[in-house]
Design a protein around this ligand. Sequence first.
Ligand SMILES: C[S@@+](CC[C@H](N)C(=O)[O-])C[C@H]1O[C@@H](n2cnc3c(N)ncnc32)[C@H](O)[C@@H]1O
Length: 297
Amino acid sequence: MTEGAARSGPLRPIPTFTLGKPAFAAPKESFLPLPHCTTHVLGMELVARKGRVVLVGAGPGAPDLLTLRAVRALEAATVVVHDGLIDPAVLDFAPAARRIDVAKRRARHTLPQDAINALLVREASAGETVVRLKGGDPFVFGRGGEEVAACLSANVPVAVVPGVSAALGAAAEALLPLTYRDLASTVSFVAGTCQALSEQNWAGLAGVGRTLVVYMGVTNAAGIADKLIADGLSPDTACAVLERGTLPGARIVRTLLADLGRVVAAEAVVSPALLVIGTVAELGRGDAVLKDLVCAS
Ligand SMILES: C[S@@+](CC[C@H](N)C(=O)[O-])C[C@H]1O[C@@H](n2cnc3c(N)ncnc32)[C@H](O)[C@@H]1O
């Protein structure tokens, strides 16, 4: 580790560090909270060495939302460990790689997270170049943090390639800006199923000037609406349900908070879908079934 220029400012100088290589070999402790006054400049060191794990965000569904870095990582992979809902066209970027499907379904995990962590470590330790392909972004409700921690604990080199998270991809497709001058200057992402709703503290996350995006909230939409109304949110708050964002058959369903549960059921909305709650949910395209205009000929 080499010491770089110290920052100046009204507070005491903050030393900056440039990490020497290999960043991958960082000990477990480096994943623990860092001292608050140090800055680490991280390089993307996808060096050509044997035995490593690269967590890759595959984006919300449409294969052409993969990043170039994701494609390069897939091309270099010898093993791809992937979730469900990954388009075959994405896997095709790694034609020679061995594929391992660890698809998860709500309440029925094909492979428990601990077993996935162990699998990644085992394959990389055997010298494989492992791509762990995950929907959206690995660090947004993707358990990517746990997989990184497992690799670091085992001294397995690990890197993360970000992906377009579902909220960003689906909102863009629907022309629904999650922030908008004078309408919403705050946006929050919450998980509708991570814990019992009563244990979740969403106070202050929704309301005037704010947008709340709920991942994994479809099956519990009525309970989520009740919780927000009980927390003081107006029953008239606009809601948009973005179903199958960027995938064939993508839909946008609009309603008011008081009717959210009923409308989700009546429209037979299925996962994957997001709930967008706030004034911005009134914006965007008027057509219910969304079509890809970017690549249309
Ligand atoms: C386990 S979370 C994974 C989120 C992912 N890591 C991301 O950044 O988008 C799965 C949830 O993401 C949302 N989701 C994923 N893909 C989606 C899509 N194409 N359209 C709408 N929501 C989607 C749904 O709420 C789904 O239940």
